[in-house]
Design a protein around this ligand. Structure first.
Ligand SMILES: [Zn+2]
Length: 322
């Protein structure tokens, strides 16, 4: 952040930036602060925008015609949005000296749309700064990458992340699981909505407990307990991650019996029991099967079949030694 403020104050801001990083890592905030700094009427002594003058407030409200903000409308940035960006790009700043473009989800631009924007990125136009924001740099056209200054945003450190979650009244139990599953605040908030995470912990504990007893009910729990958690693609992915985490934990307990894990507090004794009853090879086979589920999901296999097949495979493995 200080780096960008310094560039603004010394008038050395480049004309095109690509901010790359996980959701919730602050890409948009930094772009907005830079925009605010360009327009702020009373920057602080340290050069930061004040945050409360009329200009700062308009930008925060998305209400400054010289700060053009675009985010994907649904799955992608639509053609009329690209047209809007181009139109705005060809117009001079209305009020200020500079025009700022903040384009979120840049990876969702079609090749055509991205090529259309390339023209503006290629030949710097005076008084235009464009910030392309992406969570997936590998999906950005190489031509765009090579013409922008790429800035990688690190994820929040795990302790800072845990502190932020604690400030938001999230319980310690949930924090351990959340920190294992994501380092994005945005995703963490989505997962704690409607008690999804608590339910996930609870249902996975039930499922794992049944597996530990070699109880075929675990198969039924897939449809009664796990499927309600798998409402959309994002949640399906996280559910599989949590299952993988459970089996990773069990394997770790096999090697380090004292390794305590609080991601699934109800399961501490159960993981020890399962770890003791299986060989290392068996645990590795189960973990490999669990890891494979992510690939199956990516290839559009039905989530219920993925979970049911995994459950049957694990039951079969467990019953070998029952
Ligand atoms: Zn201000």
């Amino acid at each position: 952040m200080n780096h960008f403020i310094h560039l603004v104050t010394t008038n050395r801001l480049s004309h095109a930036y690509l901010f790359s990083g996980l959701p919730g890592c602050g890409k948009r905030a930094v772009a907005q602060v830079v925009a605010m700094r360009l327009f702020c009427q009373q920057p602080t002594n340290s050069g930061l925008p004040c945050g409360h003058c009329p200009e700062c407030r308009r930008i925060l409200a998305g209400d400054n015609p010289d700060v053009v903000m675009v985010e994907p409308d649904g799955q992608r940035i639509k053609i009329d949005q690209v047209r809007y960006i181009k139109d705005e790009f060809s117009k001079s700043p209305v009020e200020g000296a500079t025009k700022v473009f903040i384009i979120e989800g840049a990876e969702t631009l079609t090749t055509n749309a991205a090529n259309g924007l390339l023209k503006f990125i290629e030949e710097p136009v005076a008084n235009r700064v464009i910030f392309l924001l992406t969570t997936n740099k590998s999906m950005i056209l190489p031509t765009i990458l090579s013409r922008s200054q790429v800035v990688e945003f690190p994820a929040l450190s795990s302790s800072a992340f845990a502190d932020t979650l604690r400030e938001r009244q999230i319980s310690d139990n949930q924090i351990s699981l959340l920190s294992a599953l994501t380092n994005s605040l945005e995703i963490a908030e989505k997962l704690t909505n409607d008690d999804w995470l608590a339910n996930c912990q609870h249902e996975l504990s039930r499922w794992f407990g049944q597996l530990a007893k070699r109880d075929d009910m675990a198969f039924v729990t897939v449809s009664t307990g796990l499927m309600p958690l798998a409402s959309d693609r994002d949640h399906q992915g996280v559910l599989l991650d949590a299952i993988i985490l459970l089996w990773e934990t069990t394997l770790r307990v096999k090697y380090l019996p004292d390794a305590l894990d609080t991601a699934f507090p109800e399961l501490q004794q159960t993981t020890v029991n399962v770890a003791q009853s299986l060989t290392r090879q068996q645990l590795l086979d189960i973990l490999t099967a669990a890891l494979g589920t992510k690939k199956l999901l990516a290839s559009n296999m039905n989530i219920q079949s993925i979970l049911e097949t995994l459950t049957l495979n694990i039951l079969a493995e467990l019953k070998k030694v029952a």
